[in-house]
Design a protein around this ligand. Structure first.
Ligand SMILES: Cc1cc2nc3c(=O)[nH]c(=O)nc-3n(C[C@H](O)[C@H](O)[C@H](O)COP(=O)(O)OP(=O)(O)OC[C@H]3O[C@@H](n4cnc5c(N)ncnc54)[C@H](O)[C@@H]3O)c2cc1C
Ligand code: FES
Length: 279
């Protein structure tokens, strides 16, 4: 059992928790993830390691409440326990040789982007960050990004905060004004990552994307997280989650990600009904 040391609501649908898991905290690195079960009869879900303290033994997770498991996780309070917490899993984000990086985060993808930006900052790289949200109410982690970015641009779709528009606009402007990043790292919705790749392509800038397909075991055994990358089958849980954005088949990934939509809807409705009874 893993104790919830701290819980904070970042916006109406995103929650941050520090979980006491010293063995995971000891080994975790930016870009890796854990798999948890909120309760012993629950489903396994992957969440990114959003931070850690090796001394104190905690690991930070930031999750969006989208369905049955994230709903039951969000119901838990500080001092309560979650059943299983396994990791760190996946490959850490590659940082070698990167002196100037642009991190592009979209929505809850910013939870995954933050530890990556912090890692580059810690290593002394120049970090430009562009984050995008649908509106001001969904904005998360602005102060944290400010602290680790040499330049931060906040975009909202409706212009209710920061600049109005999508993340690829300031990215394109940066390229046009002569910025030459060693790498762009895009983390967010599939469509956003696909357009970041298209924006960077004319300038020949390498793009890494973080892929979050449906995962079951997280150890390369089940094949549930398979993707086509460079014409070959890759497993996001062991070969990724980071991949060369130019090689990812985004359309296939999008089709696979909605495969279980009907089942997820049914579970979500069942969980909603359950919680209605509790409150
Ligand atoms: C490597 C990785 C890291 C992730 N990191 C984060 C994170 O830091 N914060 C965050 O909010 N979300 C993250 N996700 C997505 C998160 O796992 C899903 O939101 C979660 O599983 C939803 O479960 P649910 O039961 O609440 O919702 P459901 O109703 O079951 O599903 C809602 C949507 O979540 C996705 N999903 C469902 N089950 C899984 C699964 N087993 N594996 C992957 N995706 C699934 C699907 O797109 C689905 O349509 C990550 C996913 C992966 C693969
Ligand atoms: S989650 Fe099973 S192979 Fe990746």
């Amino acid at each position: 059992m893993y104790r919830i040391l701290k819980k904070r609501r970042l916006n109406p649908t995103v929650t941050m928790m520090d979980i006491y898991a010293p063995l995971v905290a000891k080994k975790a690195r930016a870009g890796q993830f854990i798999i948890l079960r909120a309760d012993s009869d629950g489903e396994r879900i992957p969440l990114t390691v959003a931070g850690y303290d090796r001394e104190a033994g905690w690991v930070k997770i930031i999750f969006q409440i989208v369905g049955a498991t994230t709903m039951s996780l969000d119901k838990k309070e500080e001092g309560e326990y979650i059943s299983d917490f396994v990791g760190p899993l996946g490959c850490p984000t590659r940082t070698e040789g990167i002196k100037k990086v642009c991190i592009v985060g979209g929505g809850v993808g910013c939870a995954i982007a933050l530890p990556v930006a912090q890692e580059f900052h810690k290593l002394g790289a120049k970090v430009h960050t562009i984050v995008g949200f649908r509106n001001k109410d969904l904005l998360i982690l602005e102060e944290e990004f400010k602290a680790c970015s040499d330049k931060l641009t906040v975009m909202t779709d409706d212009g209710s905060y920061g600049r109005k528009g999508v993340v690829t606009e300031p990215l394109n402007e940066a390229f046009e004004s002569g910025e030459r990043y060693d790498e762009v790292i895009a983390i967010g919705p599939l469509v956003m990552m696909k357009y970041v790749v298209q924006t960077a392509k004319p300038y020949g800038i390498p793009v890494t994307v973080s892929m979050n397909p449906i995962m079951i075991d997280g150890t390369g055994m089940c094949g549930g997280c398979r993707l086509t990358v460079g014409g070959k089958t890759k497993f996001a849980c062991v070969d990724g989650p980071d991949f060369n954005g130019y090689e990812v088949d985004f359309d296939e990934a999008a089709a696979r990600s909605s495969m279980y939509a009907e089942f997820e809807k049914r579970e979500r409705e069942a969980a909603c009904n359950l919680f209605k009874g509790v409150k």
